[in-house]
Design a protein around this ligand. Structure first.
Ligand code: FBP
Length: 263
């Protein structure tokens, strides 16, 4: 079994991202999406290839949803091991390790994620922690996803083509199985980042909520660049009908010929 098989289907991925409670605070949530149980139920109903949460949410909700234990086999758990709030507004961010690979495994995770703020003053601290996470995860046979986000005072434009390709390449160099990138605004830049990542697979994050049609067009554009899928939070669970957005996204992500769509 390939390392990524448990969090991909036909080598494609759609992850439901739900770590925003830590990263942004509850202002991101509605009365419904504030309840983690509802998000687990959504991910299960939508047959996402994984759900991404911090350890506290995994601990208190993953095993407790109304759908019960079925969830473990049908909705693979990905625990984000580090994170930070947005209250400090640091120019050069650092997201400390909050959960170990061993803890994540005990909680039922089949994969783990870690953010590296590429170019931040604290980059070396994060690459060092990330290297240890990769070592521990691979010893357990678990895949690792690197959130490779260029940020900090040395990064005037986090969407710059060269910078984004450098960040995805860093994921490959460090041994990540997959990298999660923010879309650099052009397909050319995205393609470059996918090419730079080599055998490390690339997924793209959803970003702030936009209207559904624009978001689905973005997904189509992304899938034409060689990325294998997306990790989406707000553009799913902030929409009026999240399940239908998941279905539409799946029809784009899992379309067999998406890579051949001409640019
Ligand atoms: P969204 O689809 O809601 O953008 O989630 C993707 C994600 O990477 C989350 O995992 C994370 O909480 C958030 O975006 C971080 O966004 P930022 O660092 O830009 O505030």
């Amino acid at each position: 079994m390939e390392l990524l098989d448990r969090i991909t289907k036909e080598e494609r991925a759609l992850f439901l991202a739900y770590d925003q409670g830590l990263e942004h605070g509850p202002t991101d949530f509605t009365d419904v999406s504030v309840d983690p149980a509802k998000i687990f139920e959504l991910g299960l109903a939508g047959k996402c290839t994984g759900i991404i949460v911090q350890k506290g949410i995994a601990q208190k909700y993953y095993w407790e949803t109304s759908v019960g234990r079925a969830i473990q086999t049908q909705l693979p758990l990905i625990i984000k091991l580090n994170g930070k709030t947005n209250l400090l507004q640091d120019t050069d961010p650092y997201a400390p390790l909050l959960c170990t690979v061993a803890e994540a495994k005990t909680l039922g995770a089949v994969a783990v994620g870690y953010t590296v703020y590429v170019g931040s003053e604290f980059e070396s601290k994060m690459t060092e922690e990330f290297a240890a996470v990769i070592r521990d995860s691979h010893e357990e046979g678990m895949p690792v996803i690197g959130w490779m986000y260029p940020r900090g005072r040395h990064i005037p434009d986090p969407h710059d083509e060269i910078i984004v390709a450098y960040a995805s390449r860093l994921g490959l160099e460090l041994g990540a199985d997959m990298v999660k990138m923010q879309y650099p605004h052009t397909q050319q830049a995205m393609r470059h980042a996918v090419q730079a990542a080599g055998k490390t697979k690339v997924v793209i994050s959803g970003g702030t909520k936009t209207d559904e049609a624009s978001f689905l067009q973005l997904a189509t554009d992304i899938m034409a660049t060689g990325a294998i899928g997306m990790a989406v939070g707000r553009n799913i669970w902030q929409q009026d009908d999240p399940l239908s957005v998941i279905e539409k996204l799946k029809s784009i992500i899992f379309a067999k010929d998406s890579e051949n769509i001409s640019l």
